[in-house]
Design a protein around this ligand. Structure first.
Ligand code: SF4
Length: 212
């Protein structure tokens, strides 16, 4: 049974993404994206950052509270973990391009606190045109998916993170290394040290792939 009304239009950022390989132009256009409802009640779009000639592209989930306020990727607690892991893996962060699968901060407000909410499949897919544009612009040799949302966005399907570490995936002709999101280290108790070591190992493996 239907009520005769048209099916809802799928959410998508596609109409907001300009046809350009210029990262500054893409970043500027993303500020006015209304491809899904996540722009509501946020400070700004948080677009990817880094060099267009980066051999490695790191993709996280979405901006957090501090990223939303400051307008930069990975500047909060998870970012501290990420940058320590990058350094421990012997990677120069100036050689990276770093972005998120979803460009706005999904959250719920409790009192004065804004608590992270995981983006759903519709929101991940809606934001995917921005990732596609970044992949075209950066042309990285290897891509690192940090966590389940990034893997879902890049691979187009959900994969278990622990079991996908070290597996072969590819997107846009580049290998995709799947690892934990650094925020998982912050949430883990006894497993935190092990998880952090796993991220460092996976970043090191990605760096070796990028050099081939
Ligand atoms: S989350 Fe992505 S698709 Fe949704 S409004 Fe923000 S930039 Fe656009």
């Amino acid at each position: 049974m239907t009520d005769g009304s048209a099916p809802p239009t799928p959410m998508s950022a596609a109409e907001f993404v300009p046809d350009t390989l210029s990262l500054p132009d893409l970043a500027e256009a993303s500020l006015t994206c209304r491809g899904c409802p996540l722009f509501v009640d946020t400070t700004q779009t948080v677009f990817g950052e880094g060099t267009r000639t980066a051999a490695m592209m790191l993709v996280g989930e979405q901006p957090g509270d501090q990223e939303d306020r400051k307008g930069h990727v990975f500047v909060g607690p998870a970012g501290r973990v990420l940058w320590e892991c990058v350094e421990d893996a012997g990677i120069d962060r100036n050689d990276l391009y770093v972005t998120n699968a979803v460009k706005h901060f999904k959250h719920e407000t409790t009192g004065k606190r804004r608590l992270h909410k995981k983006p759903n499949t519709g929101e991940i897919e809606a934001c995917h045109p921005w990732i596609e544009a970044e992949l075209r612009a950066v042309h990285a040799t290897v891509i690192v998916a940090l966590g389940a949302t990034a893997a879902r966005s890049l691979l187009g399907r959900s994969v278990p993170i622990a079991a996908s570490r070290g597996a072969s995936f590819e997107v846009a002709g580049a290998p995709v290394v799947v690892t934990y999101h650094p925020s998982a280290v912050l949430r883990a108790d006894e497993a935190a040290r092990e998880m952090r070591a796993a991220i460092v190992d996976d970043l090191r493996a990605a760096s070796e792939l990028a050099r081939r």
